[in-house]
Design a protein around this ligand. Structure first.
Ligand code: UDP
Length: 321
């Protein structure tokens, strides 16, 4: 613990969707937060409300380069990475580098500071899963050389590196496998299905279903996810933990829900299914329930309504990203 006993946390990807929400939670828990982001997919609007906060500092840096932070540090949360399929298709090499070199650098920082390290991993580690729902002991079905492989394999490498630092250096490390999460501060045009459908519904254009819409996803509201991650950071558990909402639906059902809740006149348009798009995805959260006494609380209707309101306000604002 830092000298004045106020915990200090570094959050990489601090200007991103999850990094900025995690920062808010850590500040609310009394931490001092040092956020690092190179802003390739993160955005300053996500952290503008923190300007002038004496417990907050922002450093614009690429974490694949050597990191120098003079402060004492108690926690390193490594959340930097492109995370939407469109982003990592456009940024394949930065995605591989931040998962590999960025994880190495942030582990090195945590080791030098004797800090706890928490890796943001992903349900993509399971690839197009042959086991359903997905439990942490499933090793996955990943195509290493497909277009999504840059993200999946970077995160799998990051998990391997994290466990190596835990075992070899005796470091206190945690790994969260994050399933589909939604909420305010997602980018309207990041290509993921939640902002895509909401943006289309609000703009009166057709909702673009990829494939026949029979593929499933399970959507978790961001505050639930952050609560699970904070609990994990306070635990002494070192193996991966799934955090997500087990309520599963097909993408077609999801489109119908967005049409119903927004009351849009938009129809549905079918487009080709992207390569290696997982056919099913649903977290088994037995481990999180048992170890963290955590489960999601926000109902789909409530979370999605808040998110729609956010995008409505966002669209009304000039110069949104
Ligand atoms: N999807 C869709 N229309 C869109 C965007 C995505 O049908 O405009 C589908 C996509 O093919 C996938 C699911 O929605 O099956 C979730 O996609 P997302 O990009 O949100 O993340 P993923 O879970 O694939 O990482």
């Amino acid at each position: 613990m830092a000298a004045n006993s106020q915990p200090v946390s570094v959050v990489t990807g601090g200007a991103g969707f999850l990094g900025s929400h995690l920062t808010d939670r850590l500040l609310a828990e009394g931490h001092r937060v040092i956020a690092i982001d190179n802003l390739i997919t993160g955005h300053l609007t996500n952290i503008e409300h923190l300007a002038g906060n004496e417990n907050y500092r922002f450093i614009k840096q690429d974490v694949t380069r050597y990191l120098f932070v003079p402060d004492e540090i108690d926690y390193v949360f490594h959340f930097a990475s492109p995370a939407s399929p469109i982003d990592y298709l456009e940024l394949p090499i930065p995605t591989l580098k931040v998962g590999a070199l960025g994880t190495h650098n942030t582990l090195g920082l945590a080791k030098a500071k004797k800090a706890t390290f928490l890796l943001a991993s992903t349900s993509e580690c399971y690839g197009d899963p042959l086991v359903h729902p997905q439990k942490e002991d499933y090793w996955g079905n990943v195509n290493p050389i497909g277009p999504r492989g840059v993200y999946d394999e970077a995160k799998r490498f990051a998990e391997a590196m994290t466990m190596a630092y835990h075992r070899y250096h005796g470091m206190d490390t945690k790994i969260v496998r994050i399933f589909n999460t939604y909420g305010p501060r997602m980018r309207l045009r990041d290509g993921r299905v939640v902002p895509a459908f909401i943006g289309q519904a609000l703009g009166g254009t057709p909702l673009t279903i990829f494939g026949d819409g029979s593929q499933t996803r399970s959507f978790c509201y961001v505050s639930d996810l952050i609560d699970g991650i904070f609990r994990l950071s306070q635990s002494d558990f070192h193996e991966p933990v799934n955090i997500g909402n087990p309520r599963e639906m097909t993408i077609k059902q999801f489109a119908q829900e967005i049409i119903r809740i927004t009351g849009t006149q938009s129809g549905i348009e079918y487009k080709p299914l992207p390569v290696d798009d997982p056919k099913v995805r649903q977290p088994d959260i037995g481990r999180a329930r048992q170890i963290l006494q955590w489960e999601p609380k926000v109902q789909f209707e409530e979370g999605i309504t808040t998110t729609i309101d956010y995008f409505q306000k966002w669209l009304a604002r000039a110069n949104h990203p």
